[in-house]
Design a protein around this ligand. Structure first.
Ligand code: COA
Length: 327
């Protein structure tokens, strides 16, 4: 009998090329000291020319599939979360399905920005629990270096490229996805957005000249909303599952800014050693940030059977989400 949906394999991939804060000092008016103290980021990974989103995604997916001992041909569904797709049409999931050599299973993209991976596993869980599907690949992948305004020091220092993936299958015991919560509030759409290139502001000389194809951010306001909403959703998860912060082995927040992560952890009363962070090395990889962090913990053998892991995200939309895993 299916009791839960469980992550049975994780994988991640970041490009080799490292862009340090010192490198950024040569591109925009900034300093290693400013970036480190305001964000916690020391370096980030940037994909070389010729590498697309689906290529990063497949690297992470192959590792997750290998760990789960699932062949691409056995997949029932592929969910790809990204806001930096290969092309506007077709979906990046289509390139991934073909590139992996998967069967003609269902596959689609999901746009929930930095909450995309948590939205993705929430959707996957439903298909597993109904018994409809048995093997689902969820990927969070971003190539944000391509949508950065490299003259805007407030954004180009934050975002980076990378991919993380998980294979989700039925579990007959209580290990797996314990609880999920998704939220969105479209009142904040202009806090973080790429205005151009859709049907509202169709690509034109004007949208190009006005840099409307790059990420625009109201960082200061976003900081406050992100902190509050990630705290709130973490509390919702704990209240609804009747657990306390002491029961959590690791808290993995979306890696947006180390100051946000620390503020959320402090408000929750979480001991800092339980806060997982890789933002110093990886930067903000949006959809990819939580699955990369989860994969790092998993591959470092830091997760034991039965551990409770709390995941919380926040991103453009604004979206925010929480997931509780029993490993
Ligand atoms: N280097 C040096 N100075 C910079 C800078 C940089 N890279 N970026 C901005 N500044 C300057 C600003 O121009 C401003 O100067 P001024 O006081 O002369 O006007 C000053 O630093 C303070 O800017 P402010 O935006 O108030 O800084 P901050 O402490 O809020 O930090 C962010 C900026 C972007 C790091 C922070 O707001 C943040 O992380 N916000 C959340 C962003 C986020 O998480 N986004 C993704 C969500 S998924």
């Amino acid at each position: 009998m299916i009791k839960r949906a469980r992550i049975v394999g994780t994988g991640s991939y970041v490009p080799d090329k490292i862009l340090t804060n010192q490198d950024l000092e040569k591109i925009v008016d900034t300093s290693d000291e400013w970036i480190t103290t305001r964000t916690g980021i020391k370096e980030r990974r940037i994909a070389p020319e010729g590498v697309y989103t689906s290529i990063l995604a497949m690297e992470a997916a192959k590792k997750a599939l290998e760990q789960a001992e699932v062949s691409p041909k056995e997949l029932d569904l592929i969910i790809c979360s990204t806001i930096s797709p290969d092309q506007p049409l077709p979906s990046t999931a289509a390139f991934i399905q073909h590139g992996l050599g998967a069967n003609t299973c269902g596959a689609f993209d999901m746009a929930a920005a930095c909450s995309g991976f948590l939205y993705g596993i929430t959707v996957a869980e439903q298909f597993i629990l109904t018994g409809k599907y048995k093997r689902i690949l969820v990927i969070g992948v971003e190539l944000l270096s391509r949508v950065m305004d490299w003259e805007d020091r407030a954004t180009c220092i934050l975002f980076a490229d990378g991919a993380g993936a998980a294979v989700i299958m039925p579990s007959e015991d209580d290990r797996g996805i314990v609880h999920t919560i998704m939220h969105i509030d479209g009142a904040f759409t202009d806090y973080l957005h790429i205005p151009g290139g859709g049907m509202r502001y169709v690509s034109s000389h004007e949208t190009l000249n006005n840099k409307m194809h790059f990420v625009k951010m109201r960082g200061n306001e976003l900081f406050k909303v992100a902190t509050r909403f990630m705290e709130n959703v973490s509390r919702e998860i704990m209240e609804q599952t009747k657990i306390s912060i002491d029961d959590i082995k690791y808290f993995i927040p979306h890696q947006a800014n180390q100051r946000i992560s620390i503020a959320v952890a402090e408000r929750l009363g979480l001991p800092m050693e339980k806060l997982y962070s890789n933002i110093d090395r990886i930067g903000n990889t949006s959809s990819a940030s939580i699955p990369i962090a989860l994969d790092e913990l998993n591959r470092a053998y830091k997760l034991d059977k039965g551990d409770l892991i709390l995941l919380a995200s926040f991103g453009a939309g604004v979206t925010w989400a929480g997931v509780l895993l029993k490993w």
